[in-house]
Design a protein around this ligand. Structure first.
Ligand code: AMP
Ligand code: FES
Ligand code: ZN
Length: 309
């Protein structure tokens, strides 16, 4: 098999692109694909300060690696969710990467900075699925860290597989309001809510895995222990089977949705959020989702704290 670009011996085949590449050409094409996504969706402006949310997994580390190589002003953000050995190991991977590349990193540990509110505690007390509690906690701390640090934009490592699975989930339940808002760029709607971008939204998990391997990135391979059984994994599995039978399906699903599908769902504009009365962050009611969750935790924890030993 020969490289589609230079005719040297190919090292990787990308069936979804009907192409094969040698190592230097793959690295070139991978970066260019991300650069093009950034440019065509106007994700990042010149000189903007970018906070890159890094989980220690291959996608977000690959994203940080590429953004730094493209000359962007980046700082990493790692949120320690308190999920035992998984969190410890992912934290170590992020610190090792930042140190190796000499890039600044901000770490927020929920068990310490959020008053002992790690994901297992919050999920246990509120009886919510851990991933749901985790999503609310992460979103809050991503926004808070971006505002406190004076960043212009927050970048996450959501990839093509994540976006396709989310799209499928939204379609299966015809969540038209979610479909109207599923975009690779979320513009700011509140002073304490920076723009959010997903530069890898057209880059597959397989491609980031190949990139991480070729670049020697040391990332956490294990999935979060709470992910097992999550519906998103079922959707990913379905899409992988579709992709195997018909390469390029995932890319077409997400790309064509942005081009043709989403405009059809463009709902009446959602009203802008106001200030949360608890923490000042954006909220659609009197309290933001984070403050409502924390309030529930405190109410449920109070009787336990007062109980005789
Ligand atoms: P996930 O929701 O786990 O699929 O992760 C999606 C994206 O959110 C990742 O690519 C990261 O950019 C970001 N992210 C997830 N977990 C963390 C974390 N603990 N700290 C910082 N960023 C995270
Ligand atoms: Fe949030 Fe697994 S990463 S529950
Ligand atoms: Zn709040």
């Amino acid at each position: 098999m020969k490289c589609t670009r230079c005719r040297a011996r190919a090292e990787v085949q990308l069936r979804s692109h009907n192409a094969a590449f040698c190592r230097p050409c793959f690295l070139f094409v991978f970066r260019r694909q991300i650069e093009r996504a950034i440019e065509s969706e106007k994700m990042l402006g010149r000189g903007e300060r970018i906070l890159v949310a890094v989980s220690g997994g291959k996608d977000s580390l690959a994203l940080w690696d590429v953004l730094a190589d493209l000359g962007h002003d980046t700082t990493g953000l790692y949120v320690g969710l308190g999920i035992g050995a998984y969190s410890e190991l992912s934290h170590a991977k992020v610190v090792a990467f930042a140190t190796r590349r000499g890039l600044p990193l901000r770490v927020i540990t929920l068990d310490e900075e959020a008053g002992g509110l790690g994901v297992p505690v919050v999920a246990g007390l509120t009886r919510r699925p851990p991933c749901s509690a985790c999503g609310t906690m992460k979103r809050h701390w991503f926004d808070a860290a971006a505002v406190e640090g004076g960043f212009d934009v927050l970048a996450t490592g959501h990839n093509l597989d994540d976006e396709a699975a989310r799209l499928l989930g939204n379609v299966l339940r015809w969540q038209t309001d979610h479909l109207a808002r599923q975009r690779p760029v979320l513009e700011t709607t509140h002073p304490r809510f920076v723009r959010k971008v997903k530069p890898l939204y057209l880059t597959s998990e397989y491609e980031t895995a190949v990139y991480a391997f070729m670049r020697g990135l040391d990332y956490i391979v294990d999935e979060c222990p709470n992910a097992a059984g999550a519906t998103q994994l079922v959707h990913k599995d379905l899409l992988n089977r579709l992709e195997a039978a018909s390469p390029g399906s995932k890319l077409a699903f997400v790309k064509d949705f942005q081009r043709t599908g989403r405009p059809a769902f463009a709902a009446a504009p959602r009203e802008n959020p106001r200030d949360c009365e608890g923490c000042g962050m954006p909220a659609y009611g009197t309290l933001c989702a984070y403050c409502r969750l924390v309030g529930e935790v405190r109410r449920k924890a109070a009787p336990l704290a007062g109980a005789p030993a």
